[in-house]
Design a protein around this ligand. Structure first.
Ligand code: FES
Length: 238
C-alpha cells in the first residue's frame, strides 16, 4: 500500500484545560475531548474467555480494538511498574495518567493511532509499533517506547504516552484499564484522542473494510486481544 494513502495531512484542533479523569464522563478541552468514557468493554482471548494479566507476559504487546470496532489499540506489559503521572501538553496544560494494572502494575494500553498524522496498524502493515525494553530502534536507539516510523515520532509508554521526540505535538491517547475479579476492561480514553480525524481521513478504506462507516463506528462490549501479527502482515520497524 502507498504510504501516501496512509499519511495524509490535516489540521488539528486545539487541546485545552486541565482536568482530573473520573470527575466527568466527558471532558471538553477547547474543541478536543481529553477524557471520555466509552463502553465498559471486556477484553477477551480468541477463544472467547476473558484475558487476565497472567496472559500478558513481560515485554509483550498485543492488539485489540477500542472503543470502536475499527480503532486499534496496543496493550503492553512493560515488565516494570508504570507509575501514575501527569501528562503535559505543549501548551502547558496537563492531565492525569493512572499508571499500570496487573500484579506489577506494569500493564498499560494506548490507542495505536499516531497523533501526528494518524498512521495506524492496517491489515497490510504497521509503521507504529512497540519496541520492548530488549529491542532498540535503529533510528532513535530508544526502547520501551511506541515509535511511529512514518515521520519518526517516539512516545513514552511509561509516562502516559508523552512525546519523547519527533514531529508529533500531542501524546498518544491512553486507554483506561480496569481490573475487576481478574478480568480486564477498557473503560475510557484519556488524552486527546484522534478518532474523528481517523474516521475522516480513512473513510473510504473503512467503508471498504466494514461495509459502511456506521459499522466502523460500532462501540464494542467485548473485544478480542490478539498477537499483533494476527492482524498486521508486516510490522515495519526503523
Ligand atoms: S504519522 Fe507522522 S509520526 Fe506518525
Amino acid at each position: 500500500m502507498d504510504r501516501r494513502k496512509l499519511i495524509k495531512s490535516c489540521s488539528l484542533v486545539a487541546v485545552g484545560s486541565m482536568f482530573v479523569p473520573g470527575f466527568f464522563d466527558k471532558v471538553l478541552a477547547g474543541e478536543k475531548e481529553i477524557y471520555k468514557k466509552y463502553n465498559k468493554t471486556l477484553l477477551i482471548k480468541e477463544d472467547g474467555t476473558p484475558i487476565t494479566s497472567k496472559d500478558i507476559p513481560d515485554n509483550t504487546v498485543l492488539l485489540f480494538f477500542y472503543p470502536y470496532k475499527s480503532t486499534p489499540c496496543y496493550i503492553i506489559n512493560t515488565g516494570e511498574e508504570v507509575k501514575p503521572t501527569k501528562v503535559k501538553l505543549s501548551d502547558g496544560k496537563e492531565y492525569e495518567f493512572k499508571g499500570g494494572i496487573g500484579n506489577k502494575k506494569s500493564i498499560v494500553a494506548y490507542s495505536a493511532i499516531c497523533p501526528h498524522q494518524w498512521s495506524y496498524p492496517t491489515k497490510d502493515f504497521s509503521l507504529i509499533n512497540y519496541y520492548p525494553s530488549n529491542q532498540k530502534s535503529e533510528t532513535t536507539g530508544k526502547s520501551g517506547v511506541i515509535q511511529c516510523c512514518a515521520h519518526i515520532s517516539v512516545f513514552d509508554v511509561k509516562n502516559g504516552g508523552q512525546v519523547i521526540e519527533g514531529p508529533a505535538e500531542l501524546p498518544l491517547a491512553c486507554v483506561e484499564l480496569l481490573e475487576e475479579d481478574g478480568k480486564i476492561y477498557a473503560t475510557a480514553v484519556v488524552g486527546p484522542n484522534q478518532f474523528e480525524e481517523f474516521f475522516d481521513m480513512y473513510k473510504s478504506d473503512l467503508i471498504e473494510q466494514y461495509g459502511n462507516i456506521e459499522k466502523a463506528k460500532e462501540l464494542l462490549d467485548k473485544t478480542v486481544v490478539m498477537e499483533v501479527g494476527k492482524h498486521v502482515k508486516e510490522q515495519i520497524r526503523c
